[in-house]
Design a protein around this ligand. Structure first.
Ligand SMILES: Nc1ncnc2c1ncn2[C@@H]1O[C@H](COP(=O)(O)OP(=O)(O)OP(=O)(O)O)[C@@H](O)[C@H]1O
Ligand SMILES: [Mg+2]
Length: 222
């Protein structure tokens, strides 16, 4: 198991009111599987995915990522757990406008103080179908291409699991389908586990497993 969570809760305090964004979720993600999290707006999808990515800590419950318990770890220790295990694809792509596609993709390595290998970057750009856009700036790309840059950037440090919050949310139907096809290829060829949230039940059906949240709880699971 790459990720195992038991009894995960995340409560927010809003004045005197307690918002139970996540209210006792058990979840396990295995190597190489695609898991889609569905549910209405406000059901806790982003909250769950942020917990599983160690971007946020649970109010209660236990979480193990790549065999390490993450309870009570400091920010630096969490970065260490994420490194080489988790690749996160941001919904708004978060590309730097003045950097080329190649430079954006290699940026995480720079932050880690590592040198990018040109052949590896090229292989990843090829995997996401962006070889002919390597020298372009983000503003010269379509939405689907920007999304693929964000995916390539999440892949550069060799994660075992790719996490994407609404990766198709800003894309039209056809481009969204292409991104899902890319995820399937990555899972099949690279053995990557992929965890994504979506509002689109059609994309949900293409996953190996589906988890449906409502009011912070799992109400259906396949
Ligand atoms: N920082 C926060 N402070 C207070 N409440 C929050 C915070 N973040 C999320 N919530 C609340 O937690 C609940 C779950 O939010 P979450 O963002 O996980 O939903 P979601 O399923 O991702 O929704 P969407 O489909 O709209 O993205 C919502 O009621 C939201 O208002
Ligand atoms: Mg969300």
């Amino acid at each position: 198991m790459l990720i195992e969570g038991f009894g995960l809760k995340r409560y927010y305090q809003r004045g005197s009111e307690t918002v139970k964004a996540l209210d006792g979720v058990d979840i396990a993600i295995d190597a190489g599987e695609i898991v889609a999290i569905l549910g209405p707006s406000g059901s806790g999808k982003t909250t769950l995915i942020n917990l599983l990515s160690c971007l946020d800590a649970p109010t209660e419950g236990t979480l193990t990522v790549a065999g390490k318990s993450v309870a009570g770890l400091s920010e630096d220790e969490l970065v260490e757990v994420r490194r080489g295990v988790l690749g996160f694809v941001f919904q708004d792509f978060s590309l730097l406008p003045t950097l080329t596609v190649t430079e954006n993709v290699e940026l995480p390595l720079l932050f880690l103080g590592l040198k990018a290998e040109a052949s590896r970057t090229a292989a990843i750009l090829e995997a996401v179908g962006l070889t002919d856009r390597a020298g372009h700036l983000p503003r010269e790309l379509s939405g689907g291409q920007m999304q693929r840059v964000a995916i390539a950037r999440a892949l550069i440090s060799g994660p075992k699991i790719l996490v994407a919050d609404e990766p198709t949310g800003n894309l039209d139907k056809k481009t969204g389908e292409a991104i899902i096809a890319l995820f399937k290829k990555l899972a099949r060829e690279e053995g990557l586990a992929i965890l994504l949230t979506t509002h689109n039940t059609v994309f949900g059906e293409q996953a190996d497993r589906t988890i449906v949240l409502e009011d912070g709880r799992v109400v259906w699971e396949s």
